[in-house]
Design a protein around this ligand. Structure first.
Ligand code: URA
Length: 245
């Protein structure tokens, strides 16, 4: 065991896993390993040679990578550049380092969108076989019947093929919560339309493990290291599930 080096909680805190106290709890809960062994409180590490992992994912020093969670307002488009000079999601976050949106929300869709310069994560998140759950609240025309909601769950046939089974629940008479892991163009709108309830307003409320009810439309924040980690874990397990399917 390394008796020199830094206290593990200090290293974790520096990587954004919360206060030193929170990092001590993380260690005590057995979620932190050093070179594959579950770490105990008091453990010291040398980051140049010890491999620290949280929930099985290495705490890498990846300088320069940023991950922003944006609450996209309606009317802003999800591309990095717009040839027509319209306002894009990239205009709402810091311009340096340059980031790009992960996947897209329609111009008229609101809610959570991830922007990053982490190409590896963006690729894995947008690849259908790694599709993490995305949760939407759809305000629709009319009041969907149970049969309509069942159709959403079982999958509906769209012009580009049937949708995978989804989770769907009625929240209020004209408000449906839908969780999908595919990322087809205008998918939720087309699914709702296909069951006879066109969408009036669509808000994405969760991306994998990421939720945030406190961000106002147009506001963004950096993901904590723990959130980045949890996203990586979600991507890995979604990829694993799709390989098994
Ligand atoms: N489904 C849609 O219909 N639109 C979005 O923006 C995202 C998912």
């Amino acid at each position: 065991m390394n008796q020199g080096g830094e206290r593990l909680q200090k290293v974790l805190a520096r990587h954004g896993f919360g206060s030193r106290r929170a990092c001590e709890e993380l260690i005590a809960s057995g979620r932190v390993t050093v070179d594959g062994d579950v770490a105990v409180l008091g453990r010291r590490v040398d980051v140049s040679c010890d491999e620290v992992a949280v929930d099985g994912v290495a705490v890498g020093v990846r300088p320069g990578l940023v991950h922003y969670l944006l609450n996209k307002p309606a009317g802003v488009i999800s591309t990095a550049d717009d040839t027509h000079g319209r306002r894009t999601v990239v205009d709402l976050v810091p311009s340096e380092p340059r980031v790009f949106p992960v996947g897209r929300l329609d111009a008229d869709t609101e809610g959570l969108l991830l922007l990053t310069n982490d190409g590896e994560m963006a690729h894995r998140l947008s690849h259908p076989s790694f599709g993490v759950d995305k949760e939407y609240l759809a305000q629709v025309q009319g009041s969907p019947s149970r049969a309509a909601v069942r159709r959403l769950r079982e999958g509906v046939t769209l012009d580009d093929g049937p949708t995978a089974p989804a989770r769907a629940n009625i929240v209020e008479a004209n408000l449906v919560k839908i969780v999908i892991h595919e990322g087809r163009n205008r998918q939720v709108r087309r699914m709702c339309e296909a069951v006879g309830h066109p969408v009036v307003r669509l808000v994405r409320t969760r991306i994998g493990p990421l939720v945030d009810r406190s961000l106002a439309p147009g506001e963004w924040r950096k993901l904590s290291a723990l959130e980045v980690r949890s996203l990586e874990v979600a991507v890995d397990s979604a990829g694993e599930q799709s390989r098994r399917a």
